[in-house]
Unconditional design. Structure first.
Length: 136
């Protein structure tokens, strides 16, 4: 794997809370990572990003396109860092349940995905922003 061209590169977006916008930004990030010699991380990063963005749209913003979602993906020689913020009230992340949800459950797998594919993750105090890091 070749290191990225500069010490830190960044891709940012702010968009209405709409799932089609999630797809558009994830496609842009996928291509951007591949262009920066990080092809081996594309699946994991897109999975993490898509989960965080879908949570922001659905749970954070209540699927209300009048609310905004902000995403930042930055790459250095050591880390890929994701930051997703929504305009929702947030949630009490201190009460996250570490159990695996029933196979029929429609949600509740985000923390499991974050734990499996990110090296680190945490929320801001309000619970409307998540920070994820993955080693390159």
């Amino acid at each position: 794997m070749k290191p990225c061209a500069s010490p830190i590169q960044e891709l940012r977006a702010e968009f209405p809370a709409d799932f089609s916008q999630v797809d558009t930004f994830c496609a842009k990030v996928r291509a951007w990572l591949a262009d920066n010699y990080l092809q081996t991380h594309v699946f994991a990063v897109e999975l993490l990003l898509r989960e965080a963005l879908n949570n922001a749209v659905l749970h954070g913003c209540g699927n209300d396109p009048a609310k905004r979602v902000t995403a930042v993906v930055s790459v250095s020689n050591r880390w890929i860092r994701l930051e997703v913020t929504d305009e929702g009230r947030g949630f009490d992340w201190r009460k996250l349940d570490a159990t695996v949800p029933d196979g029929q459950a429609a949600s509740g797998r985000g923390h499991i995905i974050f734990g499996q594919y990110a090296d680190e993750y945490h929320f801001n105090h309000a619970g409307n922003q998540i920070f994820l890091r993955r080693k390159t």
